[in-house]
Design a protein around this ligand. Structure first.
Ligand code: SF4
Ligand code: SF4
Length: 84
C-alpha cells in the first residue's frame, strides 16, 4: 500500500496574502506568516509538514507562485516480533 506525501515551495516575495491557498488546503497545513515580504504583505507558508501534494493551493493561487512536489511513500512493514 502506498500513500502520497508532498511539499510546496512558495515564492513568498510575490505573495499577496489573499489566504485562498490557506482556505483551500484540505490538510489545514498552511498559514499566514506574521512577517511581511518586500511588498508589505503577510505571506502564506506551509506551517505543518502534513502536505499530501494535492495541488489545491497551487491551482487556486491567483499569483501562480506555488510549486507542489509529490512522492509516493511505501508503507513500512513491521518485522514480526519473535517470542521465546
Ligand atoms: S498541496 Fe494540498 S495538502 Fe499540500 S499544502 Fe497545498 S493544498 Fe495543502
Ligand atoms: S493564494 Fe497565492 S497569493 Fe494568495 S496567500 Fe496563497 S500564496 Fe499568497
Amino acid at each position: 500500500m502506498t500513500k502520497s506525501s508532498g511539499h510546496i515551495i512558495i515564492n513568498i516575495q510575490k505573495c499577496k496574502g489573499c489566504e485562498l491557498c490557506i482556505i483551500e488546503c484540505p490538510q489545514n497545513g498552511m498559514a499566514l506568516s506574521s512577517n511581511i515580504n518586500q511588498n508589505g504583505y503577510h505571506y502564506a507558508y506551509l506551517a505543518e509538514d502534513i502536505c499530501t501534494g494535492c495541488t489545491n493551493c497551487a491551482l487556486i493561487c491567483p499569483e501562480a507562485i506555488i510549486k507542489v512536489y509529490r512522492k509516493k511513500k511505501s508503507k513500512i512493514l513491521k518485522q514480526p516480533v519473535s517470542t521465546l
